[in-house]
Design a protein around this ligand. Structure first.
Ligand code: PMP
Length: 361
């Protein structure tokens, strides 16, 4: 194995043990003589893979019986449309909480299908970005649902309390936070997440939806996006992304063996704290998010002297610390440290940051 630590926001690094396991059965899965990706999705071998993955996800997240788990195509952006098409219903009206790039995109996409109330809940006080406490969010009484993004991958902003929306279904884009810490699924009407961060490779999108929300899709909803059709067909109305589903299953096995979500959440806390602590005491780097909203998964930081940023990225790459360049919308750097990133990777990054700062002086 090379000693590269990959800080990409997604597709992101996967656990080495998972990759090794996949490699060991790549050409001959379960004695079939074929790769998983060559098996029919209706074969008994693949059905076992699929059912096992779902059962383990249910275990990891304590998903109640009255929620369906759907294994979909189309990524997070596919769900920006699917959520609106399936859930706007007769009211055709929903609240979208905006805290950064991804929740804004979700609101814009939903606007094609209904009347979307965009609620900006960001405060920027003296250059520090903070999310208003959810109790202060001006949520409507008559919305079909409230949508928010608990972790903004681009901006590095996380919301740790789950908003209480009463009887109005709460919808969460958990693409970059699912399985990183514990969530009480019962508080949500629907959770969705693209796989390419904490679940597996891209091409798979998970939807966890409360059963009473099924069956209200707009008549024009494509069948492959209709939650009820997907649920009735066990996510096999069309050919699912079988290899990504299989790899997700391996990631769930790995996570269970590590002690589940609460165990990984402790490690994630430690990793993020190490990096934020170093950034905060440094006069060379900065992060401008209020401590209570700092993402545990995506940590943006800036060099105070931005003219050194390109050199930082170049030298980091040469040391095997890859994909640190910040998103083009916000600049600077971004270290994405999902579940698969070991604490040694974060330590290696901090060691490099110290060395770079010392040599630049
Ligand atoms: N939502 C969030 C929070 C994301 O981080 C991303 C991708 N980085 C998306 C949505 C879009 O996902 P996709 O590219 O799978 O459509």
């Amino acid at each position: 194995m090379s000693s590269v630590y990959n800080f990409c926001a997604g597709p992101a690094m996967l656990p080495v043990d998972v990759m090794k396991k996949a490699q060991s059965e790549f050409l001959n899965f379960a004695g079939t003589g074929s790769s998983v990706m060559e098996l029919s999705h209706r074969s008994k071998e693949f059905i076992a893979v699929a059912e096992n993955a779902e059962a383990n996800l249910r275990k990891l997240m304590t998903i109640p019986e009255n929620y369906k788990v759907l294994f979909c195509h189309g990524g997070g952006r596919g769900q920006f449309s699917a959520v609106a098409l399936n859930l706007l219903g007769e009211t055709k009206y929903a609240d979208y909480i905006v805290t950064g790039a991804w929740s804004k995109s979700a609101a814009e996409e939903a606007s094609h299908y209904g009347n979307i109330n965009i609620i900006n809940v960001m405060d920027n006080i003296d250059g520090t970005q903070r999310v208003k406490p959810s109790i202060e969010w001006p949520i409507s009484q008559n919305a079909a649902y409230v949508h928010y993004c608990p972790n903004e991958t681009v901006d590095g902003i996380e919301i740790f309390d789950v908003p209480n929306t009463g009887d109005i279904p709460l919808i969460a884009d958990m693409s970059s936070t699912i399985l990183s810490r514990e969530f009480d699924v019962r508080k949500f009407g629907l959770i969705y997440a693209g796989a390419q961060k904490n679940i597996g490779p891209s091409g798979l999108t998970l939807v966890i939806v409360r059963e009473d929300l099924l069956g209200n899709a707009h008549i024009d909803t494509p069948s492959i996006m209709n939650y009820q059709v997907l649920a009735e067909n066990g996510s096999m109305y069309n050919t699912p992304p079988t290899y990504a589903w299989y790899l997700a299953g391996l990631v769930f096995d790995w996570l269970l063996a590590k002690g589940g979500v609460s165990a990984i959440a402790d490690i994630n806390q430690q990793k993020a704290q190490l990096l934020y602590q170093y950034i905060d005491q440094s006069t060379f780097y900065k992060n401008t998010i209020a401590p209570e909203n700092r993402s545990l998964m995506n940590i943006p930081f800036w060099l105070i002297d931005d003219s050194l940023s390109a050199d930082f990225v170049k030298q980091a790459e040469a040391q095997g610390l890859t994909a640190l360049k910040g998103h083009r919308m916000v600049g600077g750097m971004r270290a994405s440290i999902y579940n698969a990133m070991p604490i040694e990777g974060v330590q290696a990054l901090i060691d490099f940051m110290k060395k770079f700062a010392a040599e630049a002086k």
